[in-house]
Ligand binder design. Structure first.
Ligand code: HEC
Length: 295
């Protein structure tokens, strides 16, 4: 294949990769919290399916029976597992769906009007789709937890981070995704309307991306120390050997590192792992499936 064609294919792959990044607000949960939420979700889908089947047979007693467990009773069990973990807005939409099912059950019992139930169900399900359009769940990767630095180290890194990074660590999420050509480092706000933090993220990432391109890694050195794995090699790289690109995201910004040199690719990967381990409280690994595009 000609070099030009390979180059064009490379461009296509990169744009696919950029679009594939899921920009919905991220909820970081533990495995068991995620399991709880998704279990509840599947019960909502099964319940809705059963209600529709019952409606097709005009069996309003069955509608009542299937809708009840999806009401506030379900929300009460969730509360104890997830209180304080999920954003208030998320909890509110969730509660309102549970209230809808209580109403559907009550009306099916008293009014026995299938048309009314269908209308209620349709309206309530617009909340399912609205919530799905806004949120995604990510879990703390167990491999990352295993490679986590000690609590003392995490405290130390956090303190130095506060001095070097202008944005608020608790209000932001850091995602390090290794790719076949290097990696993508993203910093995004937990709450999309946090314009102040978005501005701080963009200003800082744009600054350090320019410094990195000149071989100046002093900011991460101040946080993680000079002995960070991969760093010495990155500093030694000649101008242009690593392409460093800054770009804005709707809820933050990212820096893309790419190189054709296998040694530097592995240095970038080591450097990413070191940052993940040091920032274990605020950072997590991104999906690495887009490595495929480059292979
Ligand atoms: C308050 C927010 C919210 C509401 C309301 C909501 N969901 Fe979900 N649901 C989620 C999130 C978040 C996920 C995980 C999405 C992701 O990570 O990509 C999910 C996932 C799911 C899944 C996938 C389950 C699995 O095992 O992977 C199903 C099915 C589902 N929801 C059904 C429903 C139905 C049906 C309704 C309405 C009756 C509903 N959801 C209402 C937030 C919500």
């Amino acid at each position: 294949m000609s070099k030009i064609l390979l180059f064009i294919l490379g461009l296509v792959a990169t744009s696919v990769q950029a679009e594939a990044i899921d920009s919905r607000q991220v909820l970081i949960l533990t495995e068991s919290q995620r399991d709880h939420v998704l279990g509840e979700m599947r019960a909502l889908l099964t319940g809705t399916q059963n209600i529709l089947t019952a409606l097709s047979k005009d069996d309003m007693a069955a509608v009542d029976q299937y809708a009840r467990p999806l009401g506030m009773k379900m929300a009460d069990t969730a509360e104890t597992h997830l209180k304080g973990v999920l954003p208030q807005e998320f909890m509110q939409i969730g509660m309102s769906v549970h209230k809808d099912f209580d109403q559907i059950a009550a009306d099916a019992e008293t009014l026995k009007d299938p048309k009314r139930t269908l209308k209620q169900l349709g309206e309530s399900m617009s909340k399912c789709t609205a919530c799905h359009a806004s949120y995604q769940i990510r879990t703390v990767n167990p491999a990352q937890v295993a490679g986590k630095a000690s609590e003392a180290r995490l405290d130390e890194v956090e303190q130095r981070g506060i001095r070097v990074m202008p944005f608020n660590l608790k209000q932001t999420t850091h995602v390090f995704s290794k790719t076949a050509e290097g990696g993508v480092q993203q910093v995004i706000v937990k709450n999309k309307s946090n314009i102040k933090q978005i501005k701080l993220i963009r200003a800082h990432l744009s600054k350090i991306s320019r410094e990195f391109a000149q071989g100046n890694f002093s900011d991460p050195e101040k946080i993680h120390g000079e002995t960070m794995p991969g760093l010495a090699e990155l500093k030694k790289a000649k101008m242009g050997q690593i392409k460093i690109e800054y770009s804005e995201l709707p809820d933050g910004a990212q820096i893309t590192y790419s190189t054709k040199l296998p040694d530097l690719i592995s240095s970038i990967h080591q450097w990413f792992d070191a940052q993940l381990s040091d920032h274990a409280r605020h950072a997590f690994p991104g999906h690495t499936n887009h490595q495929m595009h480059g292979e």
